[in-house]
Design a protein around this ligand. Sequence first.
Ligand code: ADP
Length: 256
Amino acid sequence: VRIAPLARVLPEADGAHYVLSLRDISELRRIDRMRSDFVANASHELRTPLASMRGFIETLQGPAKDDTRARERFLSIMLDQATRMSRLVDDLLSLSRLEVKSHIAPDSIVDLVPLIGKVRDSLAPLAEELGVEIVMDAPQGKVEVAGDPDELVQVFENLMENACKYGQEGKKVEVRIANEPGRPVEVAIRDYGPGIPAEHVPRLTERFYRVNVEASRSRKGTGLGLAIVKHILTRHRARLVVRSQEGQGSEFTVRF
Ligand code: ADP
């Protein structure tokens, strides 16, 4: 860092008292870099399915023009790609909406028991398809927190969907709601999948961070689910605690 002598910068202020203010902009630089990484990642994630769709369209216009079987197959692949792009755009929009209102704390009173019950019901078909069973353990009566019901649905949907996707076929996904006197309300979602190596755990909520890119893609992931969860929980003054052991499974706990 080079600082010019003040008398040279402000010769007319000679003899006065000065306040020299230095500002460390490395944090701003870091945020700037994260933002441009994010744009690069998002563009790449959208460009990949687009390029593949173009390839299929060109093949259908040319060499496979009269091949009915190829047409059916390519159209179904293109539908999958388009669905993937829609999901990605939805997640990107969710993230940008959340950023805009990140400083406003939500103030409705939400009973977590029926809310999480509904999420479990909506995920039952996926759980069945993946060969896992979601079991729920909730206390009698209401478990109320201050929150935004739609956002909390998104949090538990993302966490329970991950537990089903990355859990172990034939095993359970356990959802436990705890409301002990004098302790924060907690919701823990546990799976018995392969778990997450310790070095990846601190980075899971970064946008587009995936432990295993191919596994995530094949399980229809966008890599944005946990980033969305983290943004929503920050707004709710809640925390996400991740415990995972390789070969034993993972537990994602939301602590209000
Ligand atoms: P994705 O859309 O890829 O699932 P997420 O942000 O939801 O993105 O999760 C980020 C990554 O964290 C996933 O790609 C996966 O590698 C890992 N992950 C998330 N939940 C689990 C889990 N319950 N068990 C093992 N790995 C998980």
